[in-house]
Design a protein around this ligand. Structure first.
Ligand code: FAD
Length: 431
């Protein structure tokens, strides 16, 4: 008779809410991870770096758990099938996991909940990846916030030490079930190859002192680069909020609050993962020119700041936040390509890809989202260079041919012309 703890996007033993509750349940705990076939089948690249990242983190988790005479059971398949197998192999008395707010995960968990309840197995789920979830921060009348500033104000007012206290899992690690080591399926058996991509360090970079000023300059290594770790839960959000408080970095804390905000938006408005949050923006007559989209993807637009960003993304799986805004504005406004195309490309390439923040960022740029940039605010790529990369350091790092004006291509579309075309098209749709 055992309890199961199901690791998902919380790939750490320390300060893990659901794991803590499982270990305290009174049952011995079997930890598991499922490589979800439904998700893996959708990935286009066989060397998808995120799978390598997860795989490495799973190996580390397994080693860590094995120090406590237990192991991590790793399965590959559709969750329904995997669970049917597990329940026939073990006498499971309870299942523990942490919340996941994405539409696919919410549906999966609801259907599993019904399945478990038919078998009289309680399914306990916990808040772990955010500070405040679901309807914890809503307006006084109970409606969700769709503007960031009042959301943030309430978030800060509600924050008490209680919400960032770590879960002391380390005290209960003897509660893992004693088993011999389980075999780990190989990457190949999952249909993937090892990626050669470099992953940012999990150790906290001391960037907070100048973060408020430096974070907008892409040539400076001035942001935490923790996004991939937050994405897969290899760091604890509670701990990071504590760091932000200790270092008195309100600006950085604000970014962590944006993350909570976008999770709450996807929870309350799951349709906004696919449709424009503001419906009238789905009237826009996108040009959706495939050749132009290709040029954007490959960083061949003739706008050096856009090209640098796209090449950084293609080569490293990361793009600086300021440049994400610039390339997203360029695709949706200069080229009039549907924000969903850009969102999908980012989803394929970003190591830190997170549905809620990605859709949020894209709809912010397109003007169609919550608290979005007004549609008539169209980033001027030349001005962005002047302000944020005036020595062209970032551009030259990613676009070496920029140094030679004869080989660097002409802009694929004239800025003034594109600006007018965009304003006309948006006005037509929104009238
Ligand atoms: P830091 O500046 O050190 O910030 C710390 C953490 O705060 C980040 O790791 C992230 O978790 C969170 N954060 C920072 N900025 C934002 C923001 N604007 N919205 C939500 N959370 C934020 N972030 C993702 O994690 N995944 C995405 O798929 C994603 N897609 C984006 C798409 C577009 C078009 C835009 C404009 C932004 C997107 N962002 C996304 C937000 C932001 O660009 C990244 O979180 C940030 O660049 C990650 O770098 P960092 O870890 O060094 O961030």
């Amino acid at each position: 008779k055992i309890a199961i703890f199901w690791f998902r996007r919380d790939l750490r033993v320390n300060d893990n809410a659901g794991l803590y509750h499982a270990l305290k349940s009174g049952f011995k705990v079997l930890p598991i991870f499922i490589f979800d076939k439904n998700i893996l089948d959708k990935l286009e690249d066989k060397d998808d770096a995120r799978i390598t990242f997860i795989y490495q983190e799973i190996e580390k988790l397994k080693t860590q758990i094995q120090k406590h005479n237990s192991s991590l059971l790793v399965k590959y398949g559709k969750p329904d099938d995997v669970w049917a197998n597990i329940l026939s192999d073990y006498e499971v008395r309870a299942v523990y996991t942490n919340h996941d707010y994405e539409p696919y995960a919410t549906e999966r968990d609801e259907s599993l909940n019904q399945y478990f309840s038919k078998k009289d197995i309680p399914f306990y789920t916990f808040k772990d990846q955010v500070i405040f979830e679901k309807s914890e921060i809503v307006k006084d009348d109970g409606d969700p916030y769709v503007v960031f500033t009042p959301y943030k104000k309430k978030w800060l007012a509600k924050l008490k030490d209680f919400y960032i206290k770590p879960y002391p899992t380390e005290k209960y690690l003897t509660e893992f079930i004693p088993v011999k080591s389980f075999d780990l399926p190989t990457l190949k058996s999952l249909g993937f190859e090892k990626s050669t991509q470099h992953f940012p360090d999990k150790e906290f970079k001391n960037v907070l002192k100048n973060y408020g000023v430096d974070r907008d300059y892409p040539a400076k290594d001035a942001t935490s680069r923790l996004s991939v770790h937050l994405r897969f839960g290899t760091v604890s959000i509670r701990n990071l909020v504590k760091v932000a408080q200790k270092e008195k970095s309100d600006v950085w804390l604000s970014e962590l609050i944006w993350r909570d905000f976008y999770f709450s938006i996807i929870y309350h408005f799951p349709h906004s993962a696919k449709d424009s949050f503001r419906k009238e923006y789905d009237q826009i007559k996108w040009r959706n020119n495939e050749k132009e989209f290709e040029a954007w993807c490959h960083g061949k637009t003739g706008y050096p700041i856009v090209d640098a960003g796209m090449r950084q993304l293609n080569e490293t799986g990361f793009m600086h936040n300021r440049i994400r805004m610039v390339v997203a504005s360029f695709l949706t406004k200069h080229l009039l390509i549907d924000w969903r195309w850009g969102e999908r490309y980012f989803a394929r390439k970003l190591l830190d890809y997170e549905l809620s923040s990605n859709v949020g960022g894209w709809q912010w740029a397109a003007g169609s989202g919550v608290d979005a940039a007004p549609y008539f605010r169209i980033f001027n790529p030349y001005e962005q260079v002047k302000k944020f990369d005036k020595d062209h350091k970032y551009i030259k790092e990613w676009v070496p041919e920029y140094a030679d004006p004869f080989t660097y291509p002409q802009p694929m579309v004239d800025h003034k012309f594109a600006r007018e075309r965009c304003l006309d098209t948006y006005k037509e749709a929104l009238k």
